[in-house]
Design a protein around this ligand. Sequence first.
Ligand code: AMP
Ligand code: FE
Ligand code: FE
Ligand code: ZN
Length: 283
Amino acid sequence: MAFADLHLHSRFSDGTYGPEELAAHARRCGLAAIALTDHDSVEGCAATARACETAGIEFIAGTELTAEQEGNELHILGYFVDTQDPGLLTEIARFQAVRQDRIREMVRRLNRIGVPLSAEAVFTLADCRAPGRPHVARALVAARLCRSLDEAFERFLKRDRPAWVPKFKMSGPKALELVHQAGGVAVLAHPGLNRTDNVIPDMVEAGMDGIECFHTKHSTATTERYLELAGRFQLLVTGGSDCHGASKGKPLIGTVKLPYHYVEKLKARAAEIRAAARPHASP
Ligand code: AMP
Ligand code: FE
Ligand code: FE
Ligand code: ZN
């Protein structure tokens, strides 16, 4: 039986693995297919596709868009997106700029309370277009201003801590639209981690294709609840480890093994979406 891990981060967002490392770990875990789903980025897809090809692993281009609906944060996974799509790239660039401005504001707030970190130190360490709080945490540890990433989040970065800065986000339906317009399949990430159940009917109405039922942080009961919900709303089912590399203890890649038949269904939907976008295209 073949398995996939459809939720992975790399150093192009807040993961630590580069493309080759990711492919090597996928191989070691015996995965047949992986998807890269960096936060608000598709920057790592091309290099990871090449690394996977060399390693003999199927690669699915993806992203994880940060959105907001009714005041709650929700993450929309986009699978089989065209990573060159101008509309997607333009919007992603806008939200990457929001992330970069937010880093500067977090650093200003740290400086104001006497923590001498520079924005440059964070950007140099992050070395990607979609920096986030984990990079600030890593920079604080590297500068010996915190002993651990946990300490950095607990003292400074968590919601309502001194360096917490809210982030402007796109709406849920906008995220769905962006993914679809780039030929991708739109899936609600880890619903068990966000308080998003109440928005699911509206998101289905807005065209959401699927829901991530299998996730490292979903209990068996949570997974079953969302599998039932997927059946009720006729949604596709996905799953992945949400591995961020070696940054948070043991790597999670391969701890969620999605049976490959779910990938087949995802692929079929992507083909439908692309066909609908080009109804008059010649074969
Ligand atoms: P951001 O998108 O900049 O708000 O950062 C969110 C990311 O920070 C998440 O995707 C996680 O990878 C990470 N994160 C959130 N909370 C914590 C925490 N308490 N400890 C470590 N990492 C965290
Ligand atoms: Fe993350
Ligand atoms: Fe997420
Ligand atoms: Zn994720």
